[in-house]
Design a protein around this ligand. Sequence first.
Ligand code: AHG
Length: 340
Amino acid sequence: MADAPSSSFSAGAVVGTTLREHVLFSMHAAPGATGEFTSLINHLSLAIRIINSRVRAAGLANLLGYTGEINVQGEAVQKLDVFSNDVLLNVLERSGHCAVIASEELDELKFSNRDGKYVVLFDPLDGSSNIDTNVGIGTIFSVLRRRSTGAASQDDALRPGTEIVAAGYVLYGPATVFVLSTGNGVHCFTLDPDVGEFFLSQGNVRCPLRGNGYSVNEGNFSRWDPRVQAWNTWIKADDQATQRPYGHRYVGSLVADAHRVLLKGGIFVYPADSKSPTGKLRLLYEANPMAFLFEQAGGMATDGVNRILDIVPSAVHQRVPLAIGSSEDVIAYRRFLTQA
Ligand code: AHG
């Protein structure tokens, strides 16, 4: 990958690298690059900035609260979810780059531009149950190169995460942070709201080998498999030699919980339980993009036992147990799940 300029100078001011420049420079080095991928990421960035503007004004703009509809997952749909979904669909369709678009909020795949080279899968507004209480929420996406040549089909979307070419998430927290990987490490861009641009704020993020925090909805303890319960008891136990207990942090927004683990290390777990026997999180919209990012940052992502990115999906809304984080912490979790 060519080195993007770290800054440009004008009249004494130092201007950081924009997301646009970063993608452009990384793609320059790619053999046969046509500019379409760069354009696709720019369109995603536009959709994100539009969503961000509404998220920031949600309390003022009467966008909080439920629409009264039930989505394909059987959950109440909130107004900002609908808005975010519509914006992403609209912007991606107009880009002309997408043969297939899949959204957590849509029952069916959307077959968009017949000449489009890409497949984009997204969760438009993750953690939406947190909207009403002003807690961090996010958008998660992944991009695959289309495989079919004729008419696009479901098979273009039902592919393992190993085929992902780019993935990212955006955290609408105190600042809006766009975390992106195009397969060359993980880079964070922070939105300057006055300028309306994302600027590189942390390049080449590495997830620490081991952390000191764990993130899980412990209210589900009684519903867990005894092996998950054993891990949970172990990670809270006092043992100086192995630097336990770990601290517990859980927001209930995957993007917020995962972002902390990515930067600080540790582990995020959403295991299967008796209420959600195959887990709660969706493979295509949540687990796969996060797994791609964590692996790119040197971390790990498993369903407890197997690598997430190796799972061959059988349905677009498939759910999967998820354990992501520092490799030593994910391996320790796996030790518990694989014991007899
Ligand atoms: P949703 O966007 O439908 O509210 O789902 C949020 C997801 C994910 O962001 C989070 O990690 C998890 O659900 C939280 O689930 P619990 O409330 O069961 O802990």
